[in-house]
Design a protein around this ligand. Structure first.
Ligand SMILES: [Zn+2]
Length: 66
């Protein structure tokens, strides 16, 4: 399974930092650009508008899930 196909938590349950990709989507650890893994753009509907979400995760969570 590739990381872009991994099921993610519902974005509405995540913090602003997690939604921005500043923190891991699963464990909320702060991410640096070198350590973060992009999980691929996800289409998201927010208040009726279609937007793209760019979730990221830490290396530990990625290892556990791939
Ligand atoms: Zn994590």
């Amino acid at each position: 399974m590739t990381t872009t196909a991994l099921p993610l938590p519902d974005p509405v349950t995540l913090s602003d930092a997690q939604q921005r990709g500043a923190n891991c989507v699963w464990c909320a650890a702060p991410l640096t650009n070198t350590a973060a893994h992009d999980l691929g753009p996800r289409p998201l509907t927010v208040f009726g508008s279609s937007v793209r979400w760019f979730p990221r995760c830490c290396p530990t969570c990625r290892r556990e899930r791939v």
